[in-house]
Write a protein that binds this ligand. Sequence first.
Ligand code: ADP
Ligand code: ADP
Length: 228
Amino acid sequence: MIRFERVTKRYQDGTTAIKSIDLEINEGEFFVIIGPSGCGKTTLLKMMNRLIELSDGTIFVYGKKISDYDIHELRWNMGYVLQQIALFPHMTIEENIAIVPELKKWSNEKIRQRTDKLLEMVGLPPEKYRGRKPKELSGGEQQRVGVIRALASDPGIMLMDEPFSALDPISREKLQDDILEVQRKINKTIVFVTHDMQEAIKLGDRICLMKDGEIVQVGTPKEIVESP
Ligand code: ADP
Ligand code: ADP
């Protein structure tokens, strides 16, 4: 589904952030990338949707080189969630979700159905939340809106870069449970970056351990925990 072949990233200042990585991520898998700050997790993630260009090697998505995709097509196939969700402050929650390009062609009725369903999925009653402005939501609730906005165009793949790390422990746990449920229900491929081993073990079907731009180990949580 996503395949890296000898992928290298050198930044202009000479930093080699990714060193000839081979990696395969399976369809429907919850794949967690973990490692200390600066080991290359964000670089690896951002190369998948071409926010960062590769220096060397190839990435395939659904068997096709990412360089052969129309960039918009590639990104529609990949929802992207960041640590700090930026919602548009002057728009309602519903408008913030419907901003996804794919939805622009839809009728108002269809957009409402879709946004309501997504809001329900993460425990935000639509009649209460759809008309609110972002500042009327807690940080955890805003983050939840960010997650469902990334799901709105129904991408096959979700890229998530420390999406919960700015949250308080209770919101964080709730969102971890939500995303697990979402993944089970709609069977997305999720690539999830974290530096928190607890989170990786809780969420991951497989965990990829990185260090200094290289992959140290890939395995199930059990294999990772039990390895010396
Ligand atoms: P992580 O997400 O694991 O914290 P990053 O992928 O952000 O790691 O960074 C990997 C390495 O690349 C770090 O040494 C970082 O300083 C460096 N780096 C990241 N972005 C750039 C950039 N735009 N220019 C130069 N070096 C960068
Ligand atoms: P993260 O918290 O996602 O690991 P960082 O805090 O490492 O990200 O970096 C934040 C931003 O700064 C990123 O967009 C990254 O590309 C850029 N950056 C990181 N390290 C460097 C660097 N050494 N030189 C230039 N830009 C960098």
